[in-house]
Each structure stands twice: as structure tokens, then as C-alpha cells.
Design a protein around this ligand. Structure first.
Ligand code: HEM
Ligand code: CU
Length: 533
């Protein structure tokens, strides 16, 4: 084993990191840039979470007036935008930056300087988006889906800054995706074929293609909004010969693949963690790869399941209903393979594994409510209710966010050289697990009973469930401050981590010391036996 470490480790050709703040401004090192993305994502998660807690406080009881309805709309809009574009997406790009080069045995990302730019655009984009709260007329108030003509004809003046911020985020994502694709296709260690890559690398390769395909669509629709607002066009204005429903088609042609952009990398993370703590190779590696590719393909052809109530032709409704149900098949393959990997494994339940198992169980709950939403006639009842809010939070929070937390606990010892405190980790897990289910599970029922989303007040019969949900929100919210404490504590010190860290782990990143040296694999690894689980 140490021979493999020595073999794969010698990188005495390079100096260490520069000193001081300028290190982070000028860095082109994939590990530094990974760290920057992860901290930005955590900051955005806390900001988006704070907005969510104010919303939940307002919804604790009907008739409360903690915030004005107008401001409530702004908070919901910014919460959705910041959580999706500021928390979840940058977190996965951060993981890709840290892990992809190490997992394929490459010295760095293929385009290091572009990597620096891709990151440093984001703080400006989110500063601009958040500062709309303090602008005349307030922040965008039309939901994260910013439907026209609500956004174009009735939006606040800050809508233009929102559009600029979306353009910047898109440029960052597209540059980041080009970098990931070029790195994976060109910098793999000699002898590592595509079907030998760790699944996390596969999920990112496919996600990067999705991003390159749909971020320009997002840029297109906000540019058409800009034209309608400032240059007198009428793309989405029926009075001017335009079509408001056209906006929804273009938005969701981006929007649905977008939700898979937030979950495919999570599938990769879970596929790395479960084999490690089950001490068994991943079941059905190639079927996992094909399932990921088919989910990505199907994600392009189902967008109008978000629009069943716009009065589309029956044929269209039937097509989008059945096409959406098809996605359950490759997703089912994945869940089956994770369960089959655990089956008769010698399992241990360290914190990453607890988050990974919770991901499988709770994401499946989110998937099942997704299937219910796909049934077009039933969706007439569910559409724009809290059932939809419960659905997407189950796939996004115990889904994407739990996988990111699992990833942080799993690879933090490799990044810092220190083991985190297992008892604290497990406490954070159980607080999050209980909090998230108290928060979102009751929302299924008020939704089924007809409670609309995006309203600051509601009928009395929904009060009990909302009270419970708000208690869950604060429990979950505060346990994330605890998570921050655990991460900082681990960075500062703790039990030293070995190179392998986890006995059952597989992957080239576990063949180098912990903490991972500033430069790794400057000479391609020869021994690839460890390459994937
Ligand atoms: C941390 C715990 C979270 C809490 C307490 C929370 C709570 C909420 C609440 C109360 C709403 C408003 C629902 C309504 O009245 O219409 C909402 C909407 C939303 N949330 Fe969350 N959320 C959380 C995490 C997340 C995460 C991690 C994401 C995404 C990655 C997310 C994405 C969204 C989106 C997209 C909306 C819809 C916004 C809109 O209607 O325009 N949330 N959330
Ligand atoms: Cu969708």
C-alpha cells in the first residue's frame, strides 16, 4: 500500500501555496478553488436559510404580520434563487474542483486561469442579487421562476440587476462546465478508460454537458425579458402579439434539466460513500453510468409537466405525463443498485454513511411525490400548492443538500488531514434528519388539502401543520450552525487522518497523503487498481 502512495505522490517539482489573501484572489490551484466554491456555497446556504426562517416564522400562524406581504414575496424569490444558484450548484462545482483531478490522476483542471475566473464572477453576481433588497422598490418579488409578464410588466426596477446577475451566474457555470469536460476527456491518467472512472466523475461529465446545453437557454429567456422591459419588444406580452406561455416553455426547458443538474452529482457522491461503508464494490457500475445518461436525456423532454394547468392540448399532456413517468425507471435502477450494494455488506454507520442512507430513503420519498405530480389530471389539484413545495424540498434538501453534507464529512479528512469528531457529526445528522422531516413532511398534507404556495397568510384549518413545520425549520436551521462549528473545529485540528482515512474506500484520492499536498499527480499515477470502487 505505501508503495502505491509513494508511487503516486512525488510532486517535489512545485512550491506550496502563496501567502495571505492574495493567494485566494490569484489562485489557479484546483484545491484552493474547490475550497472557495464550498465556502461561498455555505455562506449562501446560510443566507438562503435565514430568508427561509423568516418566511416560516411568518407562516407559523395565520394572521401574523412579521413581514409585509410585499417583502414576503421578495424573500421567497431570493430564497429560491440563492439556494439553487448560490448554495447547491456552487457546492457541487466545489466538490468537482477538489475531487475530479485527484480521482482521475490529473495534476489540476485543464484550464486553471479560467477556473479562477469562473469562481470570482460569482461573489459579484450574488452581491448584486442580494443588494436588490436595498434598492428602490425592493428585490425581485415574482418567485424564482420569474414568470413574465408578472416579472416584465410588474417587476421592481431591480429586475434589471437580477437579469445581469443571472447572466453572470450562467457565464460562470458554462466556463466551469467546459473546464470539467476538457479535464475529464483529456487529463485522465494513462490507461484510465471512461468506464474505469469513478461514478462521481461520470455524473459530473454528464452534468457539465447538461449545463452547457441549458444555461444559454436561461441567458436567452432573461435577455428576452430585458428586451420586453427596456426595448419595447413584446415576446411575452399578449397585448403586443407575444405569448406569456412561451415564457414558461423556455423557462422550464432550462428549469427541468436544472433540477437534474442539482441531483446527478449527488448520485455520484452517494455511489462513492455507500460501497466504502458497506465494504463491497458498487453494484451495477455500468448500469449506473447508463442510468445517469438516460436520466440526463429524459430531463430534456419532459419540461411541460410544470405546465399541465396552462390548458395544453390533450396529446401534449399525455406525452409529458408518460415521458415524465419514464424517468422513474433509470432512477429506480440507481436506488436498486445502492440497496444491492448494501445488501449483505459489512456495514458501519459513520456520519457520511448516515447522510448517504438518509439521501436514498428521503430522495425516494421526493421521487414518489414527483410521480404523483406527473399524473396530469391529479396535478390540477396539486399544482402551485404546498404539495409541490414539499416535493421539491424533499429532493433538494435531504436530496442534494444531504449528499453535499455526506461529501463534506467523507472527504474533509482528506482535505484537512484531520478527522472530524464522530459524535458531533452524528448529532448534527440526527438534528438535521428529524428537523427536515418535521419541516417538510406535514407540507404534503396541507398541500393535498389545498393550501397554495407563495402566500403569507392562509385559512385556519392549515394552522397546526404550519406550526409544526416552522418548528422543524428552526430545528434544521440551527443545526446547520452546529455543522459550521464542526467544520471549523476539524480544520483547526483533531485526530490525524491516515492517507486511506476509510478502510473500505477506493479511489486515487485515497492513495495520496492526508491532507492532500498542494500539488498532486504532477506525474501520472501508474497503478490504477485503486481508481474506482
Ligand atoms: C434549509 C431549509 C429550507 C427551508 C426552511 C425552506 C423553506 C422554504 C419556504 C417556506 C418556501 C416558500 C414556500 C411558499 O410559501 O411558496 C420555500 C420555497 C422554495 N425553496 Fe426552500 N427551504 C429550505 C431549503 C431549500 C433549499 C436547500 C433549496 C434549494 C436548493 C430550496 C429551494 C426553494 C425554492 C426553489 C423555493 C420556491 C421559491 C418560489 O416559490 O419562488 N429551499 N422554501
Ligand atoms: Cu420538472
Amino acid at each position: 500500500m505505501s508503495a502505491v502512495i509513494e508511487e503516486n505522490h512525488h510532486d517535489d517539482h512545485h512550491h506550496g501555496p502563496a501567502k495571505g489573501i492574495m493567494r485566494w484572489v490569484y489562485t489557479t490551484n484546483h484545491k484552493d478553488i474547490g475550497t472557495l466554491y464550498l465556502w461561498l456555497s455555505f455562506a449562501m446556504f446560510l443566507l438562503g436559510g435565514a430568508f427561509a426562517l423568516v418566511i416560516r416564522a411568518e407562516l407559523f400562524q395565520p394572521g401574523l404580520q412579521i413581514v409585509e406581504p410585499e417583502f414576503f414575496n421578495q424573500l421567497i424569490t431570493l430564497h429560491g434563487l440563492i439556494m439553487v444558484f448560490g448554495a447547491v450548484m456552487p457546492a457541487f462545482v466545489g466538490l468537482a474542483n477538489w475531487l475530479v483531478p485527484m480521482m482521475i490522476g490529473a495534476p489540476d483542471m485543464a484550464l486553471p486561469r479560467m477556473n479562477n475566473y469562473s469562481f470570482w464572477i460569482l461573489p459579484f453576481a450574488f452581491a448584486m442579487l442580494s443588494s436588490t433588497l436595498f434598492m428602490e422598490g425592493g428585490a425581485p418579488n415574482f418567485g424564482w421562476t420569474f414568470y413574465a409578464p408578472l416579472s416584465t410588466d410588474f417587476g421592481p426596477p431591480s429586475t434589471t440587476y437580477f437579469i445581469f446577475a443571472v447572466h453572470l451566474m450562467g457565464i460562470s457555470s458554462i466556463m466551469g462546465s467546459i473546464n470539467i469536460i476538457v479535464t475529464i476527456l483529456n487529463l485522465r491518467a494513462p490507461g484510465m478508460t471512461l468506464m474505469q472512472m469513478p461514478l462521481f466523475v461520470w455524473t459530473w461529465l454528464i452534468t457539465a454537458y447538461l449545463l452547457i446545453a441549458v444555461m444559454p437557454v436561461l441567458a436567452g429567456v432573461v435577455t428576452m425579458m430585458l428586451m420586453d422591459i427596456h426595448f419595447g419588444t413584446a415576446f411575452f406580452n399578449a397585448g403586443g402579439g407575444g405569448d406569456p406561455v412561451l415564457f414558461q416553455h423556455i423557462f422550464w426547458f432550462f428549469g427541468h434539466p436544472e433540477v437534474y443538474i442539482m441531483i446527478l452529482p449527488a448520485f455520484g457522491v452517494v455511489s462513492a460513500i455507500i460501497p466504502t461503508f458497506a465494504r463491497k464494490r458498487l453494484f451495477g457500475y455500468s448500469s449506473m453510468v447508463y442510468a445517469t445518461a438516460s436520466i440526463a436525456f429524459l430531463s430534456f423532454i419532459v419540461w411541460a409537466h410544470h405546465m399541465f394547468t396552462v390548458n395544453m392540448p390533450l396529446a401534449g399532456m399525455l406525452y409529458f405525463m408518460y415521458a415524465t413517468m419514464l424517468i422513474a425507471i433509470p432512477t429506480g435502477v440507481k436506488v436498486f443498485n445502492w440497496v444491492a450494494t448494501m445488501w449483505q455488506g459489512s456495514m458501519t454507520f459513520e456520519t457520511p454513511m448516515l447522510f448517504a442512507i438518509a439521501f436514498v430513503v428521503l430522495f425516494t420519498i421526493g421521487g414518489l411525490s414527483g410521480l404523483m405530480l406527473a399524473i396530469a389530471p391529479a396535478d390540477f389539484q396539486y399544482h402551485d400548492t404546498y404539495f409541490v413545495v414539499a416535493h421539491f424540498h424533499y429532493v433538494l434538501v435531504p436530496g442534494s443538500v444531504f449528499s453535499i453534507m455526506a461529501a463534506v464529512y467523507y472527504w474533509l479528512p482528506k482535505w484537512t488531514g484531520n478527522m472530524y469528531d464522530e459524535t458531533l457529526g452524528k448529532t448534527h445528522f440526527w438534528l438535521s434528519f428529524v428537523g427536515i422531516n418535521i419541516l417538510f413532511f406535514p407540507q404534503h398534507f396541507v398541500g393535498l388539502a389545498g393550501m397554495p404556495r407563495r402566500i403569507p397568510d392562509y385559512a385556519l384549518q392549515f394552522a397546526d401543520y404550519n406550526m409544526v413545520s416552522t418548528v422543524g425549520a428552526f430545528l434544521f436551521g440551527f443545526s446547520q450552525i452546529f455543522f459550521l462549528f464542526i467544520v471549523i473545529k476539524t480544520i483547526r485540528g483533531g485526530k490525524k487522518a491516515t492517507s486511506r482515512v476509510w478502510e473500505g474506500a477506493h479511489g486515487l484520492e485515497w492513495t495520496i497523503p492526508s491532507p492532500a499536498p498542494y500539488h498532486t499527480f504532477t506525474t501520472p499515477p501508474k497503478d490504477l487498481t485503486e481508481a474506482h470502487g
